[in-house]
Design a protein around this ligand. Sequence first.
Ligand code: ADP
Ligand code: MG
Length: 490
Amino acid sequence: MSTSPRPDATFAELGLPVALVQTLRNAGIEKPFPIQAATIGDALAGRDVLGRGPTGSGKTLAFGLPMLTRLTGASAKPGRPRGLVLVPTRELATQIERALDEAALSLGLRVASVVGGAPIKRQADRLARGVDLLIATPGRLDDLIKQRAADLSDVMITALDEADHMADMGFLPQVTRLLDRTPKDGQRLLFSATLDGDVDKLVKRYLNNPVTHSTAPAEASVTTMTHHLLYVRDKNIKRTVATEIAARDGLTIMFVRTKHGADRLAKQLRGAGVDAGSLHGGKAQNNRVRTLAAFADGSVPVLVTTDVAARGIHIDGVSLVVHFDPPAEHKAYLHRAGRTARAGEDGVVVTLVTDEERKDVAAMTRKAGVQTDGVEVRPGDRKLVEITGARKPSGIALAAPAPTQVNAPKSANGGRPRRGRSGGAPASEAAQGHSRGAGAPRRERPAGESRSRKPAGAGGHARSGDTPTNSRRRAARPAAPAARRNRSAN
Ligand code: ADP
Ligand code: MG
């Protein structure tokens, strides 16, 4: 059936070319993670693969490295990519592009991403120059095909990342239309932290005798993640508690149900003196990019977002995830939670639960297979501080929305130039830049280690966030070498 599993194999032993292994090593990626050890051999052998691993387990490289390897040695014709990765969100597309671009470069391959919200003409031009591996959100790729800027008949290998989410978001008709445009005998890889429901239909229709590699059960299985339910009596107390949590030290993501809710909470946090950005599907793409970059570089330490950021997004050093509004269902819980405790790091996940939500939330976490304890908390509570590192916010309101505030004194800590082959922080510094485990006071950073290092962790985000505002930031700081690991990590 499949190649025999080799849990201890090195990247080279799995069959990846020397140049690629060297590039990975330079980026601090030395040993395959389990999902990579399990799937790379089969994917390299040309098999269709179904891969399921927990959040943060390294699925991007699991499908990306064999794809690049198999594409090596030939070159795409204008408008005709040879490899295709379909993803549900724009942010995820750019992130995957960044995670693979050094590796692609080392193999002489060209990678690009096409997503909605960015100028389509530029993407068409990029495609016309030849792209070996294309990363795309379904809607935009569909548009490009309609404009005859893209043709999928040369695609020999396709990966679907977060396939179940694409299904949940109603992208299936587009995804199947796109898959129908790729050659029938092409290779297909399908990766997700959860594989069920409509994804099964995709698998039956488009995967040929696939090997399934599952390195974890569907339930919560990230051992470095701890879960708590925080019982707040009502919505008012919930808001005050959330503000104290947001004032903690470290990067925090807060998930809310609606776009309006995200804007409202972010505004409330800024009003209380906590710098927070809001990210959701109703924002312009350049705003989304800026918000994410400011969060990743630590200059805006709180991200308030909808489920648009629940899947796939990897930001180094997110030590706390808050379900401000409980998620709709258990899968969303797991994906939201999976923004922390990634790649073996520690992370804390809390859900704010009002009295009337208790029953539903209990059922949902049970379904998610999560071990939780529930504690009643009030503002200023000792328990609240212990679990989340909550603090009293300054109460001094911050002015405009965070992403446009890059000239505020606070960003002196933040926006460090990153991308640029010559700039950036030394890699060793970058590696420490992750404020891991800042969840509670007992796990605070050692003295002297401050968020100011985090910018290096933002390595990758700079490129797509390269706006005039960012250049201003850059000008304010001395240039230093970008961290390679973080560049590909993000
Ligand atoms: P997933 O898609 O499973 O949620 P990602 O592919 O986003 O996870 O990877 C999470 C993080 O782990 C990224 O920062 C990535 O660079 C890092 N990573 C992946 N594989 C390895 C490895 N073999 N060694 C070290 N770090 C890795
Ligand atoms: Mg992923």
